[in-house]
Each structure stands twice: as structure tokens, then as C-alpha cells.
Design a protein. Sequence first.
Length: 271
Amino acid sequence: MLYLCATPIGNLEDMTFRAIKILREVNLIAAEDTRRTRKLLTHFEIHTPLIRFDENCKESVGKKILERLRAGESVAVVSDAGMPAISDPGADLVRLALGAGVEVCPIPGANAALSALICSGLDTTKFLFAGFAPKTKKNRREFLEKLSAIEATIIFYEAPHRLKNFLAELLEVFGEREAVLARELTKVHEEFLRGKISELLEKISEPRGEFVVLVEGKIFSEPSPPAEDIPSVVKKFLEQGLDKKSAMREAAKKFNVSRRKIYNALLKIED
């Protein structure tokens, strides 16, 4: 069995009894940062062997872990903080395990994105987790442009040294929208900043800590029906002295439709 164990994102009291039990019972724990995880395990008196599993060694170590899983051992995957496999190399290990027919079991717990969402005041019925934006400006721009039309709350992770530039780009691509900055969740200096994107840009000077950025989705309003219908508008243009072709052209401009659509509408009325 491959267990995906959530770990606290700040407050150690968020560690679940079940997670502690599983981490004590498995044969091996795969961690992105073994030094950080060892401190957590020491705090809870967990002495299970650790192995490093990160982006740099995920292929070679993944094969070793898979061999142990196939041999009947149980392995737990942990992230530096929160749920593994979310913006985390644990997702690759999950795919490896499933491909080999190994069962995968979630051990839920703290998660920064959802913790920020439920306290944001933004729409929680529809939301999209977008994670970290690409680092290069061109790729980041394309990334944001694709997200700008989504009608759901969008959740990002962002590093403090990139936060101001990221908010500026959000404002440029998304336009003015309601947004929330959730900082240092569950920690001593936990803070929520709410307002328009431009207001948040003014509020932060030297951002510190870990941030979750939430932005409201695009709001589409139904176009209001025209006050006049096509036939009456064409008739009005004809009465002003325009020939039929010109009247249809002007009506098409007014309704922002093709002249063929105007023509077809007139044919139906004549029939």
C-alpha cells in the first residue's frame, strides 16, 4: 500500500492521529525534504526509516520504492507541508504505483489552498486550483490569459519575492477583481488581506512568508435584448431614404450580426 499522508502546514497540532499511526506502521517514508520531515517525525516520536524523494531523484528513487511496494511493503509519502501530490513530486509516485497495480490510500489533513478558500469570502461552489504560475514572463502571460475567462474562484501559490510582480500581471490580464491574500496559514502571523487587486498591490510593501492568492472568477452578464427588432430597424432606415441593401447593412451594424442574418429575418417576416 502507498499512503499519501498530509502533514501540518504550520501548526503542529493539525497533525492527525491517523497520520501519526500510519507513519509509525509503514516500512518506509518518502519525503521531499528529509531534514524538515525528520524534525516532524522526532516531535511525534516516529522512528520509521526515511528516503529522499524529490524532483532531482524521483526517477531513480521511484523505481526503488516501487520494488519495495511490489515486495509487499507499505510506503508513506509526505510533502514538506500539507497534502502530498499537490504541486509536489508525490504525484509522480502515485502514477508509478497505480501503473504497477499498487493500491493508493489518502490520509487527509491540512491543505493551504482549501484553508484559504473557505476563509476568503469568495465563491466556494466553483473553484480552480492553479498552483504556481510559470516563472518565465511569456509562459506566465499565456497561463494567466487562459485562466482569465474562467467563471470560478482561482487559487494560486506564490513566493513572497515574486508576489508584487504577480499581482501586477494579474491586474493587467484579469482586470480589476476581488482578491484575497492568505499569508502564513495556521502560523503565529496568519493574516488575510482582502480587496481589489489594485488595493492589495498598495497594501503590500515587503511581503514575507508563504502566500495563497485567490481571485474571483470572471463574471459574465447576459446581454440585454435590443430595444428594437430587426424589421422595425430596417423599416426605419428605408423611411430615411436608404435603399434596401444599405438599410440591411446599417441594421447589421446596429445588431452586430451578419447581413445574411438580417436578410433571413426579413424573408421569414415576408413569408
